[in-house]
Design a protein around this ligand. Sequence first.
Ligand code: AMP
Length: 222
Amino acid sequence: MNGLTIALSKGRIFEETRPLLAAAGIEPAEDPESSRKLIIGTNRPEVRIIIVRASDVPTYVQHGGADIGIAGRDVLMEHGGQGLYQPLDLGIARCRLMVAVRQDFDYASAVRRGARLKVATKYLKVAREHFAAKGVHVDLIKLYGSMELAPLVGMSDAIVDVVSSGNTLKANHLVAVEEIAQISARLVVNQASLKLKRAELKFVMDAFARVSTPLDADPVLP
Ligand code: AMP
């Protein structure tokens, strides 16, 4: 496929990516919130945007369905990042990946007593690694959304989820007890595209790099 395909998710990532795209001279032709189209053109004939689930962005880029994408660090930690080049922290869609429990649950003493915790989350890999590193035994329950509900109905002792303002936790009488990671969105690049589409990628990556933080010492593209 000639040209450049960019994988984005609707909502916060799309909205906060708009100024970055504008810095690269790219204007989406439609708004994914009102359009049902999954492929959106742009003012640049060689650039198109595909709209996918946030957790599918790394998969589309890994398998060449898109050349580049923007995904939260939470999503990348859970995916594993195989086959992806991650050159830039874009500093957008900031939040924190946290362990949270009911306000009346004594997490510290449950952990101290060596209790076996039930943890509901969509981040199975991240949660497994986090609690294994602490030596805490957990039974993991996979959910796809509304994790906050699980402790309220007695299904789990804790959840692992992203927290932004903390309002959702508060409204549901939950409290964050541990931070797993600080999250922001990153640019991910397909490794074959990096070699085969250097010129097309360079203008986008240079424009994004002007407004974000490099993640390693490598030059973005020489
Ligand atoms: P808040 O009430 O502001 O703490 O937001 C928490 C809710 O929004 C949770 O249900 C999260 O799943 C979701 N959320 C917050 N920030 C993000 C983000 N950067 N990316 C994805 N989901 C988020």
